[in-house]
Each structure stands twice: as C-alpha cells, then as structure tokens.
Design a protein around this ligand. Sequence first.
Ligand SMILES: [Zn+2]
Length: 72
Amino acid sequence: MLNCHDATQLMSEQQDRRLTLSERLSLRIHLLVCDGCRNFGMQMQSLRRFLRGYARGESEEFPPQDDAKNER
Ligand SMILES: [Zn+2]
C-alpha cells in the first residue's frame, strides 16, 4: 500500500506522464482511505486551473486557496 509521500508523488507525476495500471490502482486505493491526499489532489487541480487562467490573464476567476495546512 502506498504511503502519503508516494501518493502525492504519483499525483504530481501523473501531470507529466502516464501512470502504469498498478500505480493508478494503488493511488486510487490510497485516495479512498486517505482524506489528506484526496484534498491535496483537489488542491493541485485547482491550483493548476488557476495557474492556467493566470497565464491567460484571467486570475480573478479562480483565486488560489491558502490551504497548505494538511501538508504532511
Ligand atoms: Zn495519504
């Protein structure tokens, strides 16, 4: 089973490469049982969306959330 470090690592890697089936499966199982990493994943998605908007000059649409408290 993945630990939180591995899970967050995989979540950031999956932005850049395709995860293998077993990686995706392990990640999904981890996210089912771990709220912290699930939140992290959602924040990462929001952040990416925000950054994409920001790059196009649409920053108001999606203010970044200052929720880094769940970091482990
Ligand atoms: Zn976790």
